[in-house]
Design a protein around this ligand. Structure first.
Ligand code: IPE
Ligand code: IPE
Ligand code: MG
Length: 246
């Protein structure tokens, strides 16, 4: 059967109800590769296409914030060859995509820690994304060397360093300004591919009221049609934030 045309499906979508911020836990690259008897990294490379499709549709739908979980602080425990391959893939791909990011007026940035990364590597990737920092369109966060618990602890340390006398005044609203996502709205929707039903340390603070969408589709197979399906599901939900919609 021919893959459903995304344009057709798009007609069903209520554009007034779209999420402002979507987070993606891009999982299943390894299983995708395994099914093809290929090495794990082959799956990571294939995952790039899915990411591009999501960004393209994001621009088309004028979504404002997309956050992609690219590498967790726990992913360092993987074989060294995979880690090295992933870091290199990220840098090389970013380099390739800069013209497109500029063309689409996308502001790209990393959220995560530099701990564990070589200084040269870090400098290179941050100067690449810095090229996009006058862009005013969609914001794309790459959660890279990212861990939600670390982000919270680092945020707290930052607050305490800046305002040591004011710890008793800290509120949840205020605390958001000390996280790596400072100034951004919380994700409305978190999409995880490959069927795993967990957050794996992704946006722990920010996901308090996020809608979760889990699909069995493996990340390299995720595409515009899959994203629209997730959005159709999201737009049909009733968000209550602890209140009551009478
Ligand atoms: C997710 O794919 C991508 C990263 C962790 C970078 P996996 O590599 O976790 O794929 P599976 O879960 O083994 O299939
Ligand atoms: C989460 O996937 C991290 C990323 C997508 C970068 P993992 O594959 O690392 O998560 P677990 O180990 O299954 O929880
Ligand atoms: Mg995985």
């Amino acid at each position: 059967m021919a893959k459903q045309d995304y344009k057709e499906l798009l007609n069903e979508l209520d554009r007034n109800k779209l999420p402002v911020h979507i987070g993606f836990i891009m999982d299943g690259n390894g299983r995708w590769a395994k099914k093809r008897n290929r090495p794990h990294l082959y799956g990571h490379r294939a995952g790039v296409k899915a990411l591009r499709q999501v960004v393209e549709l994001g621009v088309e739908l004028k979504l404002q914030y997309l956050t992609f979980y690219a590498f967790s602080t726990e992913n360092w425990s993987r074989p060294e060859s995979e880690v090295k391959g992933l870091l290199r893939l990220l840098k090389d791909q970013l380099k390739k995509e800069i013209p497109e990011l500029m063309e689409q007026n996308i502001y790209a940035q990393f959220i995560g820690t530099t701990v564990g990364l070589e200084e040269n590597y870090w400098k290179e990737v941050s100067s690449l994304v810095a090229q996009t920092h006058n862009n005013t369109g969609m914001v794309v966060n790459f959660a890279f060397n990212y861990g939600g618990r670390l982000e919270i602890i680092e945020g707290f340390k930052k607050f305490m360093t800046m305002h040591p006398e004011e710890w008793h005044k800290l509120t949840p609203e205020e605390f958001g300004n000390y996280l790596w996502t400072a100034g951004q709205p919380d994700p409305d929707l978190i999409i995880r591919t490959s069927g795993e039903k967990r957050l794996s340390n992704f946006l722990l603070w920010q996901s308090a009221y996020a809608e979760l969408y889990i699909t069995d589709t493996l990340w390299p197979d995720f595409d515009k049609v899959e994203l629209i399906k997730a959005l159709l599901d999201y737009t049909s939900r009733e968000r209550r934030f602890g209140g009551r919609n009478e």
